[in-house]
Write a protein that binds this ligand. Structure first.
Ligand SMILES: Nc1ncnc2c1ncn2[C@@H]1O[C@H](COP(=O)(O)OP(=O)(O)OP(=O)(O)O)[C@@H](O)[C@H]1O
Ligand SMILES: [Mg+2]
Length: 233
């Protein structure tokens, strides 16, 4: 449903993505693992239209994404939970969730708000609290919940487990599995390679802007090169 074909992305003179290609099928969880600076966030930002590839193509259900605006990309069904959460700290939990539905004019926003709070009961308890006073884990839940409020076909999650305690990491990965079971396709970028490969149908390894390996998540989990470089040997 989403095809990235040989994209090259630059920040000025820095060549951040080098001929990157990947394919995401409807219903999949696709993980992208790689070290700091590998280009993981750049890849998600390019898919969601915040950056443009200098060459190469990205197509989603027949539309060439680099030819349309970022909010059109949200309307097409791709929602991005950015790295570092990027929630609006001065606004309440509820206002942040409402912003996630900014593209919608239908009458079911409240229903989806209930769905998100059902998935994240801690957010329900804190619905009027200002988002900046949430704990790191709660802010991550809010960022994912906000991404779900546009009723996406695909969610792009940038490091959802970053900085969280192990029990919360488990909770977040279980939520990702639940979201996927409900029919949402997931592309997740992670430095927590072990968890990301465990939940992935397929995965890609990105090294300094180049895809160096790809395969079934379980196969990569047992791949000697992946073990040595990303799973602590
Ligand atoms: N706004 C920017 N201007 C210039 N260079 C940038 C910019 N953003 C990223 N880069 C560079 O592009 C490369 C890829 O960065 P990116 O943020 O995509 O990496 P990442 O894989 O997400 O890393 P991390 O795991 O640390 O989040 C890095 O070398 C980075 O320094
Ligand atoms: Mg990043």
């Amino acid at each position: 449903m989403l095809t990235v074909d040989a994209i090259n992305v630059y920040y000025g003179a820095i060549h951040a993505l080098n001929d990157v290609s990947l394919e995401v099928q409807q219903g999949e969880i696709v993980s992208i693992i790689g070290s700091n600076g590998a280009g993981k966030s750049t890849l998600l930002r390019t898919i969601s239209g915040l950056l443009r590839p200098r060459t190469g193509t990205i197509s989603f259900l027949g539309t060439s994404l680099p030819d349309v605006s970022p909010d059109h990309i949200v309307r097409l069904g791709i929602s991005h939970s950015p790295e570092g959460r990027r929630i609006f700290t001065n606004m309440s939990v509820m206002e942040n969730l409402q912003l996630g539905a900014f593209i919608r004019r239908d009458g079911e926003i409240q229903k989806d708000m209930d769905m998100v709070m059902g998935r994240f009961p801690r957010l329900r308890e804190r619905i009027k609290q200002s988002a900046g006073t949430l704990s790191g884990g709660e802010q991550q839940m809010l960022a994912i919940g906000r991404a779900l409020m546009s009723r996406p076909k695909v969610v792009l999650l940038d490091e959802p487990s970053l900085g969280l305690a192990p029990n919360l990491v488990t909770e977040i990965f279980n939520i990702i599995l639940d979201i996927n079971k409900d029919g949402v396709t997931v592309v997740v970028v992670e430095q927590n390679a072990h968890r990301a490969l465990e939940i992935a149908h397929r995965a890609y390894v990105l090294e300094t802007g180049t895809i160096v390996l790809s395969g079934a998540g379980k196969d990569l989990l047992h791949n000697p090169k992946v073990k040595e470089a990303y799973l602590g040997g």
